[in-house]
Design a protein around this ligand. Structure first.
Ligand code: SIN
Length: 189
């Protein structure tokens, strides 16, 4: 059996494992939000960054990329790699994946998706909602072993544009981060 993995965050621009096919498309019933705290990639324990997770959202879709992994050894390597990389994501869901906006039948069923749940007992890094300005400020200031949090946001914005997907939350946040950075530059703070 082949394995399919859906990425809606850093997995869109950096798979990090061998795959046979990559498809741009979406899952239904979820929204991408910067609600997950990151202490291992884009922040630290003292100053967590913010990365994306999914929240249920009736009637909405979340665009990203799905990767097909066929060879037995590639599946094993990819799964082991992802379990470490996505270790702050406490849930895995197996969802329908669509490539055509008007299609009612999925292109692929059972695509594996890592989700960081709001359950603080299972996911101690969950941060949840905050104002756009507060989320942006946290992203401006956070940096972790994988690099500055702002680069994560800007790479996500770029990867979505390259895939032809518009995500208002990501665009608004990237614009707010750029505004704060410009303001800092102008005031020298
Ligand atoms: C994903 O990309 O699907 C998970 C979230 C992340 O690692 O950015």
């Amino acid at each position: 059996m082949v394995m399919w993995v859906f990425g809606y965050g850093s997995l869109i621009w950096k798979a990090g494992f061998n795959y046979d096919e990559r498809l741009v498309g979406f899952i239904k019933g979820y929204r991408r939000v910067f609600y997950q705290g990151s202490t291992d990639h884009r922040g630290t324990i003292d100053y967590p960054g913010r990365t994306v997770t999914l929240i249920p959202a009736d009637g909405e879709v979340c665009w990203g990329a799905a990767y097909k992994i066929s060879k037995k050894e590639d599946k094993e390597t990819a799964f082991t790699y992802l379990e470490v990389r996505e270790k702050q994501y406490d849930k895995k869901a197996y969802l329908d994946f669509f490539t055509e906006p008007n299609a009612s039948t999925p292109a692929i069923s059972g695509v594996m998706v890592y989700i960081a749940s709001p359950d603080k007992k299972l996911n101690k890094n969950y941060l949840g909602p905050a104002s756009l300005e507060d989320i942006a400020n946290q992203i401006v200031n956070a940096e972790g072993p994988s690099g500055p949090n702002r680069d994560y946001l800007f790479q996500l914005e770029k990867a979505l544009v390259q895939s032809g997907c518009k995500d208002k939350h990501v665009i608004d946040l990237a614009n707010e981060v750029r505004r704060i950075l410009l303001e800092r530059e102008n005031t020298g703070s």
